[in-house]
Design a protein around this ligand. Structure first.
Ligand code: SAH
Length: 254
């Protein structure tokens, strides 16, 4: 199944979010990773201008967000549900690492809709809410400070989902600049540069053909190491030519 189709089957469910800003942040986190389906269970304030501000370009996800009064209603039709929890509980679904659980989530998405469920900012997921999940994920953190901001937790999981859906190679934005490329300089072009260099250095007195020493082998070693491009050879020869012009010009006036 195409990665885009798998992503379209993933619901991000926020349970009882208190801060509308976090709902906006979650929408933005989702959209950057190609997720579109946001569900809210009893949001304290929604719709809200603060949510729109934090969503910036992802306001469309807020417009299409589903609002439910119970988690069960938000999960209707799903075939696999993973809860996000910073805390470990003695009795609850099996807990796993994000990567392992995301793989399982995507496998299940081949069959139908799946959900990632996030808890309230202060309380996290309640015991009843976690009981609705088939599995739980804890994002590995600093053991002394393990609670991420809700929007950040959504971002981490959305990123993992995208990487897994595209087998680690998601397509990159075509707004990225195409890197400059020039063909590698041919042997004779580089030899032309050496000749040019040698004649300018002779002209300026830096190189004495009677006592060449190891200057040319050292310069060959330098340029050989960087494998010059044609464009670079042309620039260097331009610099050399301008030095020659200046020297000739200067000597006429001496
Ligand atoms: N104080 C709460 C944390 C709430 S943070 C608690 O102790 O549970 C809001 C939500 O973000 C959490 O319910 C969870 O869904 C998610 N979250 C934050 N940190 C996380 C972590 N380290 N691992 C998994 N989920 C996390």
């Amino acid at each position: 199944m195409k990665p885009e189709v798998l992503l379209s089957r993933i619901r991000i469910v926020l349970c009882r979010p208190s801060h509308p800003g976090n709902i906006g942040a979650a929408a933005r986190a989702m959209k950057t990773m190609g997720l579109t389906r946001l569900s809210l269970v009893e949001p304290k304030h929604f719709p809200d201008p603060e949510a729109e501000t934090r969503a910036t370009g992802a306001v469309d996800l807020l417009k299409h967000a589903e609002i439910h009064t119970t988690l069960n209603a938000a999960l209707a039709g799903t075939v696999f549900v993973v809860g996000l929890s910073a805390r470990r509980r003695d009795l609850g679904p099996e807990i796993g690492e994000p990567r392992e659980m995301v793989e399982r989530l995507l496998c299940a998405a081949e069959e139908g809709d799946v959900a990632l469920v996030f808890g309230n900012e202060t309380m996290g997921l309640s015991n009843d809410e976690i009981q609705c999940c088939h599995a739980a994920v804890s994002i590995p953190t600093n053991p002394e400070f393990s609670s991420l901001n809700l929007g950040s937790a959504v971002q981490v999981l959305s990123y993992e989902v995208r990487m897994a859906a595209f087998s680690g190679r998601p397509p990159v934005s075509d707004t990225l600049v195409t890197p400059f490329v020039s063909p590698t300089a041919k042997h004779d072009e580089v030899e032309g540069l050496y000749e040019h260099l040698q004649s300018v250095m002779t002209q300026t007195g830096f190189y004495n053909p009677e006592q060449p020493g190891r200057l040319m082998p050292k310069l060959r070693r330098l340029f050989g190491r960087i494998r010059l491009e044609r464009d670079e050879v042309n620039i260097l020869r331009g610099v050399l030519a301008s030095t020659q012009n200046k020297t000739r010009h200067g000597s006429r006036h001496d």
